[in-house]
Design a protein around this ligand. Structure first.
Ligand code: UD1
Length: 416
């Protein structure tokens, strides 16, 4: 199992090219299932989760090829409507094939994802929405079994804001008869990117980016090409690394507007930030100031940035509270940060972080994707050597993280 060895204490300087967004690429890959045609995608990040999704799509009959920098998916004929447990269990986003398969083929059999490290994460809202659209759904032997000769447009109000739930229902509704209204929809930029692709394929989606998305169903969709949006979480992770370690970096290929909440909090740490249409520069002198955060659906502060800010707060001047409102068990990085010398106390869904002058390197274990990113940031500022074990979590969501950090002057090495 690969590990990451980091020698802390170096300032970071230079440029980073931001990759395409994992959380946009995954639903967009699934959108290919909707049309008996080809979807050509640029800027698909090279990540474990993307490879897992491509494996699932291949199993469903989608053929893939490369044309220059683009990935071309051909879903002209599909071979199966089943997403098996062994693929879904490794990546919960596999549930995103449910809506497209049902809409295109009239049936889908998708394994229930079950729990994961950061909490229960049920898919009841996906099922509720599809039922409202006329699908007959049962749970059999751990699988969601869904049938509908043709889905019907419906008004759906989700009980909570769910990102993949909104995406699944939006995709299903593109081929339904009549108009679907999704209320309390997720407003994440990745939902907007998916809507862009769907519309390029001939769908009629409006309102993406607001909490009310309207989809007028069409008979069929066709091929399209698209370039995946920037990964705002990868971008935010690099910015947090510089806020913690000090230095100056320019991120290329990302616009600040999709990450206002993160940039506001980074400014509050004392970082100096400037941004243009496709770049963000952050400079940090001295020790960051503590900054409290509370996670919320977009445009609030992203839960996927929580662990990284905890790492910044761990060495900041002052005391911060970090409140997690989206997932019930997303503080597993706390014990590992404590092994590096952080002073953090958990009270319910709030962590109280008292900044310490220094962290000291140790062996720590990655527990989930973003927790791992928090540990990398802590390791970059810790004295001496930190070895992060189980970095397959990191590889699910960060493209060549050791190369990108290395290019900024960090001492990072992958141990195989
Ligand atoms: C997506 C992101 C993930 C991010 C999360 C929250 C992808 C591939 N993943 O995950 O990186 O951390 O949004 O921003 O885009 N819930 C239910 N029932 C449902 C659906 C959700 O109870 O049917 C709950 C979840 O347990 C959680 C909350 O709603 O507490 C939000 O989850 P959701 O937005 O669905 O997360 P994902 O889409 O899985």
């Amino acid at each position: 199992m690969d590990r990451l060895r980091i020698i802390g204490g170096r300032r970071l300087a230079g440029e980073v090219q931001v990759s395409g967004a994992k959380n946009a690429a995954l639903p967009i890959l699934c959108a290919s299932l909707l049309a008996a045609d080809t979807l050509s995608l640029a800027r698909v990040p090279s990540l474990q989760d993307v490879r897992t999704m491509l494996r699932l799509l291949r199993q469903l009959g989608v053929r893939e090829s490369r044309q220059g920098d683009s990935l071309v998916l051909d879903a002209t004929t599909l071979a199966s409507h089943e997403a098996p447990y062994d693929l879904v269990k490794t990546m919960r986003a596999s549930i995103l094939v449910l809506g497209p398969l049902l809409a295109r083929l009239g049936e889908a059999r998708v394994s229930l994802p079950g729990g994961c490290a950061i909490g229960a994460r049920p898919v009841d809202q996906h099922i509720k929405g599809l039922r409202a659209m006329g699908a007959r759904i049962s749970i059999e032997h751990g699988y969601v079994v869904a049938r509908a000769s043709r889905l019907r447009g419906a008004r759906i109000v989700t009980d909570m804001v769910t990102v993949t739930g909104t995406e699944n229902l939006m995709m299903a509704a593109t081929l339904a008869s009549g108009t679907t209204l999704i209320e309390n929809a997720a407003r994440e930029p990745e939902v907007v990117d998916l809507a862009r692709v769907l519309n390029a394929m001939g769908a009629q989606v409006s309102g993406a980016g607001t909490d009310r998305i309207e989809i007028q169903g069409v008979e069929s969709l066709h091929g399209a090409s698209h370039s995946v949006m920037a990964d705002r979480i990868e971008a935010g992770t690099f910015l947090c690394a510089v806020a913690a370690a000090g230095g100056e970096v320019v991120l290329r290929g990302v616009e600040g507007a999709i990450m206002d909440a993160t940039l506001d909090k980074l400014r509050a740490t004392g970082a100096e930030i400037t941004a243009g249409p496709d770049w963000i520069r952050l400079a940090m002198q001295g020790r960051p100031r503590s900054v409290s955060v509370r996670t919320a659906p977009f445009p609030g502060f992203a839960t996927d940035m929580q662990a990284q800010f905890m790492a910044v707060d761990a060495i900041a001047g002052g005391t911060a509270t970090i409140t997690e409102t989206i997932f019930e068990n997303r503080f597993m990085h706390v014990l590992e940060l404590q092994r590096l010398g952080a002073d953090i106390a958990i009270e319910g869904n709030t962590a109280v972080v008292r900044g310490v002058e220094r962290l000291s390197g140790a062996t720590v274990m990655a527990t989930d994707l973003r927790a791992s990113a928090g540990l990398v940031i802590a390791a970059l500022v810790a004295d001496g050597e930190t070895v992060i074990d189980r970095i397959y979590h990191l590889d699910r969501g960060y493209e060549s993280i050791e190369k990108k950090l290395g290019a900024l002057g960090a001492a990072v090495e992958r141990l195989r």
